[in-house]
Design a protein around this ligand. Structure first.
Ligand SMILES: Cc1cc2nc3c(=O)[nH]c(=O)nc-3n(C[C@H](O)[C@H](O)[C@H](O)COP(=O)(O)OP(=O)(O)OC[C@H]3O[C@@H](n4cnc5c(N)ncnc54)[C@H](O)[C@@H]3O)c2cc1C
Length: 407
């Protein structure tokens, strides 16, 4: 066992994972300093779907009322066959009523979570956040980590007890720690288009989360509350390989995609749009000495199923109590190896496996396999026992139960 630390933990990145990490450590009396390259909190419109075990984590951190107030409760999700237009399966999260106090998914944008946590922590002793401050390097010894930061006033060095890289998929912390990022990148990019056009108001049987199987162009359609009524529908589609970002993002390109999805309507009001490169990768380790990685810095996956941010928040829910115990000198730093073992397995066996399967099934081109998959989904959804099993995986409840046993 080491002596109690005195220096703060430095967290790189004020995204959802970095901020949950900051709050979870701060709640355990560990001083934290968060550094964020951008001048202010990023209004990131990527994640929204917050799965039941993540809601449990956020509730334990005292955030439940705040997130419910700014989110939308989604009690079920539906699969559609985009070729026939038929709804093929509906999964009712109510089947999880004995597995979680929150048998629903909360559609709550990730920037709102960041904003809420900043509101809770700002001004608290033991918490500091520095915007316009980019992590550029570190050197570690047995007793701490010297972190190099690029600030508006030049390069500055701070002394930290531990460094946690929550700096996203292109993580400089991971690269400087020389941790390999194993996996692959899909040839096609994904486009997300947010529109205030109200899909439900025109009589289609959409719920807040919908998946469309289509060998030519699958789609995910989700509702978020946005900043004001009537909210925003987010559509995620694959781009064609070779399609330029400019063409896909142009008003005509967006209109054409939405029009194909919803013929008979036009002039969709576009709230926002973005293109993403999509990869499936997991870091070779989540720890080297006093340097740790979590969230997208440790793993990335395609967004179908809404698991990336959730998995990242599960990382820091595992890391924070361990790191706090090590920081206070009440546990051996072997705890941090247990973190990397547990969370790498959760990634490999659950998040990666599930998201790769989700994409493969939505884009299946073989008509027979496709038909079989859709029929199987319907059978699974219609039987309460199999629906529950499916939902335990889809919400990552099973992932957390399984890896809890990993020593
Ligand atoms: C279209 C789409 C939809 C998605 N939907 C969902 C969903 O519904 N549910 C879900 O669970 N996941 C979803 N995801 C994935 C989710 O967005 C990510 O997993 C999540 O943002 C990861 O959070 P993070 O905090 O680890 O990293 P990020 O959100 O990327 O935050 C990293 C932060 O670090 C900062 N930073 C980077 N480098 C430095 C540096 N050198 N110094 C200082 N700061 C730095 C960045 O500015 C940023 O603020 C989606 C992804 C996409 C593309």
């Amino acid at each position: 066992m080491r002596a109690k630390e005195t220096r703060p933990v430095c967290i790189v990145g004020a995204g959802p994972v970095g901020m949950v990490c900051a709050l979870a450590l701060h709640r355990r009396d560990v001083p934290v300093i968060v550094v964020e390259a951008e001048p202010s909190p990023v209004k990131d419109q990527r994640a929204a779907s917050t799965q039941p075990p993540t809601i449990e984590i956020l509730a334990e951190l005292g955030l439940l009322d705040r997130i419910l107030e700014r989110g939308l409760i989604s009690t079920s999700f539906r699969y559609f066959d985009r070729i026939t237009g038929a709804m093929v399966a509906e999964f009712d999260c109510g089947h999880l009523k004995d597995d979680t106090p929150y048998p629903y998914v909360l559609q709550h944008e990730q920037f709102k979570l960041v904003d809420t946590i900043l509101g809770v922590l700002r001004g608290q002793p033991g918490f500091a956040v520095r915007f316009s401050t980019r992590y550029v390097g570190h050197a570690q010894s047995d007793s701490g980590v010297t972190v190099a930061l690029e600030t508006p006033g030049g390069i500055e060095r701070i002394e930290a007890s531990y460094l946690v890289g929550c700096d996203g998929g292109h993580s400089a912390v991971r690269r400087n720690a020389e941790i390999a990022f194993e996996g692959f990148t899909f040839p096609e990019k994904f486009i997300k288009i947010g529109t205030t056009f109200d899909f439900q108001s025109v009589g289609r049987d959409f719920v807040y989360r919908n998946y469309f199987s289509d060998p030519e162009e699958w789609c995910n359609l989700f509702k978020v509350r946005g900043d004001a009524p009537p909210g925003v529908w987010r559509c995620v589609f694959p781009c064609r390989v070779g399609e330029s970002d400019e063409a896909a993002l142009s008003p005509e390109g967006c209109e054409a995609r939405l029009h194909k999805f919803f013929p008979g309507f036009s002039n969709f009001a576009i709230a926002y749009r973005s293109i993403y490169s999509v990869s499936q990768r997991v870091a070779a380790t989540f720890r080297t000495g006093r340097v740790l990685v979590a969230g997208d810095a440790a793993h990335v996956n395609n967004p179908i199923g809404g698991l990336g941010m959730n998995g990242g928040i599960h990382d820091v829910a595992s890391l924070a109590p361990r790191l706090a115990a090590v920081w206070h000198g009440t546990a051996d730093d072997g705890e941090l190896d247990a973190y990397t073992r547990q969370r790498r397995q959760a990634q490999h066996d659950f998040v990666q496996a599930q998201t790769i399967r989700n994409k493969r099934e939505l884009e299946e081109r073989d008509p027979e396999i496709r038909q079989r998959n859709l029929e199987q989904l319907k059978r699974t959804a219609d039987n309460p026992a199999t629906a529950r099993q499916f939902l335990l995986h889809a919400t990552l409840i099973q992932s957390l139960r399984t890896v809890a046993a990993v020593a």
